[in-house]
Design a protein around this ligand. Structure first.
Ligand code: SAM
Length: 282
């Protein structure tokens, strides 16, 4: 089956718009667990006072805030996302942070309204693998980044190392609600293979990237909390779950609760491993 780029993009845009409230509500939870990935991306791009940076697929905008703190009042950060609703969330968070050096922009990473060589550094956390055409998005990144400017991004590793997403996804596949992933199609694990990352990065004109695995654990207070995260922030999985008829949604919920049972601790909390690639290049 051939991949319909425009249909995927439209569906993805709608999905992420629906996720915006969940990302806003779960922001502190997310940052407590994944803040270390933002720190890694900031360290690798090393933003300096006065520089111009771009955050691609910024979501709730916390990475933009971290970079803005480094570039200072004389610097500038473009916090971008293709979802206007996500940008509203990021803007609210940015205003609350009191930083005045962040510009919020609705922008598709595959078609950036930015000049050639116009930014000193680029960061992107958990964006490229979801894009209809990551090669085009990385080509656009190369175009807007000045020569020798640094790019650091995060993409998920493989399903076996990320049961927080792969276990519910497997349940959805088994129940016939989700087709098995097609090679080359966008999705949470679309850039899990380091060979594919290298091919996409060098194909866009960047140097051979450095890759590092960053491991952490998602922690949930109970199964309701796990479910809330799944249906309100987990983009492509949430879309499928939220579109199910109510009785099937409830049965699927029960099936997923069973499938994540191995991650339930004695105190009723759930702890699932997670592993992301940290990728840096210039
Ligand atoms: C998993 S969230 C990550 C958000 C944030 N970077 C973080 O790590 O907290 C993915 C984000 O990518 C954005 N996105 C997906 N495709 C995009 C595209 N083609 N251009 C720009 N943003 C995109 C979504 O709107 C969503 O906010």
């Amino acid at each position: 089956m051939s991949f319909d780029h425009d249909a995927y993009r439209a569906q993805s845009l709608a999905t992420w718009g629906e996720m915006a409230t969940g990302w806003e509500d779960r922001r502190d939870w997310m940052m407590n667990i994944t803040g270390q990935v933002n720190s890694w991306l900031v360290t690798k791009t090393d933003p300096q006072p006065g520089q111009n940076f771009l955050d691609i697929a910024a979501g709730a905008g916390d990475l933009s805030i971290a970079v803005a703190e480094c570039v200072g009042g004389g610097g500038h950060v473009i916090s971008s996302d293709f979802s206007p609703k996500m940008i509203d969330v990021a803007r609210r968070n940015g205003v609350a942070s009191g930083l005045a050096n962040i510009e919020y922009r609705v922008m598709d990473a595959e078609e950036m309204e930015l000049g050639d060589n116009s930014v000193d550094g680029v960061v992107c956390r958990w964006g490229y693998m979801l894009m209809a055409d990551p090669a085009t998005a990385l080509g656009e990144t190369r175009r807007v980044l000045r020569d020798a400017g640094r790019l650091a991004f995060a993409v998920w590793t493989t399903p076996d190392r990320n049961p927080w997403a792969s276990v519910p996804a497997m349940t959805l596949i088994q129940r016939g609600h989700l087709p098995p992933p097609e090679p080359g199609a966008p999705g949470i694990f679309a850039m899990g293979d380091p060979g594919r990352i290298k091919e996409l990065v060098t194909g866009a004109g960047f140097a051979e990237p450095d890759l590092e695995v960053i491991e952490f654990e998602f922690r949930y207070a109970d199964f309701d909390d796990f479910w809330d995260a799944l249906v309100r922030i987990a983009g492509p999985l949430a879309r499928v779950l939220n579109a199910l008829p109510e009785d099937e949604r409830l049965s699927t919920r029960t099936a997923i609760m069973k499938s994540v049972e191995p991650y339930r601790k004695a105190d009723g909390t759930y702890v699932t491993p997670a592993a992301t690639w940290g990728v840096s290049t210039r």
